[in-house]
Design a protein around this ligand. Structure first.
Ligand code: ADP
Ligand code: MG
Length: 380
């Protein structure tokens, strides 16, 4: 395999400003597949890295595989691609087993498109030839026509005869996407496809990629470790931790109804208090929460988002606290507060300008609290 090209020297140019994604033709429309994983387990040697992963993706949907580094995202993607053979379990496309106890289709027989983290473009091939690469079953003239159509779709037809090193990071990403989509795959697999782009460029490339994917109608899996990206891109999100599926659902469900402290803390920073349930309640320095679904004496955790911490000047409204650190974050301020008489600090976020200078400097105490409905309780 040739070394991939990752020349990102040019990448801070806004994409739209140079060569637009523009022409809305509808090249490369796929027949999307339903994709199902059933009890996928995988070990490298004796080390288990995936345990009993099961989920389905409807035709045309985008599933984001989300999780911290090392949680098994890439391994799962490689299993779906057929680059890796799972230790046990099944992969089905449209209810047809493509990898399982008795079948193993190689990657080229699966009708998938792949976009790697580093794009993996061939440096010695022109952009056109890079995109033609997966079209080797077509007569050359037809392959060229189809490749040009897809390049037009991502707004890069004028660069067809250039080589990868002449392109910015964002343009290379679009070539990688065009190459993956050109054979009209029923399933598109992308491993952290935007991580090589700087943050401003990433946003526009992400939005355009989503538009193209919707038009291509491929079923897609995208790996990311960025919860915001998963919320933005995914019709569904599968959150992995240490090779296990923690939670699977749409973004609203994962963000608003996290099923564990891990899920909750993956999407936002939290203040966490630990305590024992007494008379159906958990008492925390910020107030008490209804814990009637737990047993008295259970040790549980209460989590409160930073933006749900309320700060008041009135001693009737919470626990006395003093600001020990302040950070200006643009639209919001973040403060750290030492609770009076309790060995714990609390962090809070509020609109910039809402705290008096004396409070920020730690010269005046405040009173902190949280509404019971903003405290989420977890066993662990
Ligand atoms: P992620 O993409 O979520 O960062 P990976 O799927 O790359 O996670 O890795 C999951 C685990 O498997 C990690 O502990 C990693 O070190 C291990 N791993 C990944 N690839 C290999 C391999 N080829 N051989 C042995 N261990 C591997
Ligand atoms: Mg990975």
């Amino acid at each position: 395999m040739n070394k991939p090209v990752t020349d990102n020297s040019n990448q801070s140019k806004p994409v739209g400003a140079e060569r637009g994604w523009g022409r809305r033709n509808t090249a490369a429309v796929s027949i999307a597949s339903r994709l199902s994983l059933k009890n996928i387990c995988h070990s490298y040697g004796s080390m288990p890295v995936l345990e009993n992963i099961s989920f389905s993706i409807e035709p045309g949907q985008m599933m984001c595989l989300l999780g911290p580094s090392g949680s098994g995202k890439t391994t799962l993607l490689r299993i779906v691609a057929g680059i890796e053979q799972q230790s046990s379990g099944e992969v089905l496309f449209d209810d047809r087993e493509i990898a399982g106890p008795s079948v193993f289709l190689p990657p080229e027989a699966r009708g998938i498109g792949l976009v790697f983290q580093d794009y993996a473009l061939f440096p010695h091939l022109s952009i056109l030839d890079n995109v033609k690469f997966g079209l080797d079953k077509l007569p050359s003239k037809e392959a060229k026509h189809q490749a040009l159509q897809v390049l037009t779709r991502v707004g890069l037809e004028e660069l067809a005869n250039e080589y990868p090193h002449a392109l910015s990071g964002g343009e290379q990403q679009r070539v990688a996407l065009a190459r993956a989509l050109a054979p009209r795959p029923g399933v598109l697999l992308m491993d952290e496809p935007f991580s090589g782009l700087d943050s401003r460029l990433r946003e526009s490339v992400r939005d355009e990629t989503l538009t193209i994917l919707r038009e291509s109608r491929a079923t897609a899996i995208m790996v990311t470790h960025d919860p915001e990206e998963a919320l933005r891109m995914g019709d569904r999100i599968a959150l992995l931790r240490d090779g296990k599926l923690v939670q699977e659902g749409d973004g609203v469900t994962l963000f608003q109804k996290p099923n564990s402290l891990f899920s909750a803390s993956f999407f936002t920073e939290l203040n966490v208090f630990k305590g024992a349930v007494k008379a159906g309640k958990l008492h925390t320095p910020l107030g008490f929460a209804d814990a009637s679904e737990f047993n008295n004496g259970d040790l549980i955790y209460s989590s409160i988002r930073l933006s749900d911490v309320e700060i008041s000047d009135s001693p009737d409204e919470g626990h006395r606290a003093r600001v020990t650190a302040y950070r200006y974050l643009g639209e919001v301020d973040q403060v750290e507060l030492q609770l009076d008489g309790v060995d714990q600090r609390v962090r809070a976020r509020l609109r910039h300008g809402n705290l008096a200078a004396q409070v920020i400097s730690g010269h005046r105490d405040v009173f902190v609290s949280a509404k019971p409905e903003n405290m989420r309780l977890y066993q662990q």
